[in-house]
Ligand binder design. Structure first.
Ligand code: TXA
Ligand code: MG
Length: 336
């Protein structure tokens, strides 16, 4: 595996690697993606093996331009087209009826395909030069935290990965908002930093109310929909602002090592990471903060509950999933 600064030569090398069926990790504005040619069945096999992901989980096809949509998608409802035109390139994925070109290896055998045009110059350059769809899940092992910089990608992979294009830290920091247009009424499958009210306004539609909020109603076909996805190895607990001091104190008194992600510094705690009051900044730092805390090898990570409001929904969704590992440690699939 090579980590390359994104020069034109590096992009050409990455395109060559993709054409030969190798895996290339690349930056997007949300998180780093682990890319494979979406038309190469062997490359897709390699992708699933490297990620340790079950074959029936679909991956997002990344494109450079809306002109390429018709290669992958059977038809685009007008509301979805309005979103594509106004929010792409951007942190949004559309689930649409698939074309014959979208193989089962991409769609997980479903009749729909996820597509996205990411808003990152390196990703766009790579996708444009490659000239076809690049299948890319987040560049982490199945069940682990998504990486938001090149070093975090490199820490999880070895030679199963040819190249990591280093585009610096990701700006958005949590994965794209996923909107499913394959059913009768459009709905959000995964909340992100593109908000429901923004979607409804631009698309001129009413979204089916918050299905993603309850893990029971989610399809296990959506890895982000497994309750304990995005989990650190250290047990993580979400605690309200009022209860935080008491929670830290009682853990310390029972001899536990505690680290904390909160808006204000607790009076007592071994390790504290300051959380931003601004949702955009909180999201940008979320995964690297959780990795930092995980590396402390503490007994518990306490995270102060975030405010309510749709701009915090994507964040609280990821925190809830990270926390749910406590209830059922086996759900984390960490050894996969
Ligand atoms: O921001 C992002 O979306 C990042 C960057 C790299 O683009 N990618 C990402 O990929 O988060 P991944 O594979 O970690 O998560 C994609 C989610 C999965 O939960 C997958 O099940 C869902 O999208 N998905 C993809 N295609 C789908 C489909 N046809 N139907 C339902 N869900 C789908
Ligand atoms: Mg992922």
């Amino acid at each position: 595996m090579k980590i390359l600064a994104p020069s034109p030569a590096a992009i050409s090398e990455a395109v060559e690697a993709l054409k030969q069926g190798a895996l290339v990790a690349f930056p997007t504005e949300t998180v780093y993606g682990l890319g494979a040619s979406a038309v190469d069945a062997n490359a897709l096999k390699r992708l699933y093996a490297a990620k340790g992901r079950p074959a029936e989980h679909p991956v997002i096809v990344h494109l450079a331009d809306t002109d390429q949509l018709s290669d992958w998608v059977l038809h685009i409802p007008p509301a979805a087209m309005r979103l594509a035109q106004s929010l792409w390139p951007g942190p949004m994925t559309l689930i649409l009826p698939r074309s014959v070109r979208a193989q089962d290896a991409v769609t997980g055998g479903q009749n729909s395909v996820g597509v996205r045009i990411p808003n990152h110059p390196v990703a766009l350059e790579l996708l444009k030069s490659f000239g076809d769809g690049v299948a890319a899940p987040s560049a982490n092992k199945f069940g682990q935290l998504s990486p938001t910089n090149a070093t975090d990608v490199a820490s999880e992979f070895r030679d199963e990965l040819a190249i990591v294009l280093d585009g610096g830290p990701c700006d958005v920091g949590i994965e794209s908002t996923i909107i499913d247009f394959s059913q009768e009424q459009p709905r959000i499958l995964r909340p992100g930093m593109i908000l429901p009210e923004q979607i409804e306004l631009i698309a001129g539609i009413k979204l089916q109310a918050g299905l993603w909020a309850s893990s029971k109603t989610e399809s296990t076909r959506v890895p982000g929909g497994l309750p304990s996805h995005y989990a650190p190895n250290t047990p993580l607990e979400i605690v309200s602002g009022e209860k935080l001091e008491e929670s830290v104190r009682s853990r310390l008194e029972s001899g536990k090592r505690v680290c904390v992600l909160s808006f204000r510094q607790p009076e007592r705690s071994a390790v504290w990471v300051a959380a931003s009051n601004t949702a955009n900044v909180y999201a940008r730092q979320l995964y690297s903060n959780l990795r930092k805390l995980d590396q402390q090898r503490a007994d518990v990570i306490l995270v102060e509950a975030v405010p309510t409001g749709s701009d915090w929904d994507g964040i609280s969704d990821r925190l809830r999933r990270a926390a749910s590992k406590i209830a059922n440690p086996k759900d984390g699939q960490h050894d996969k």
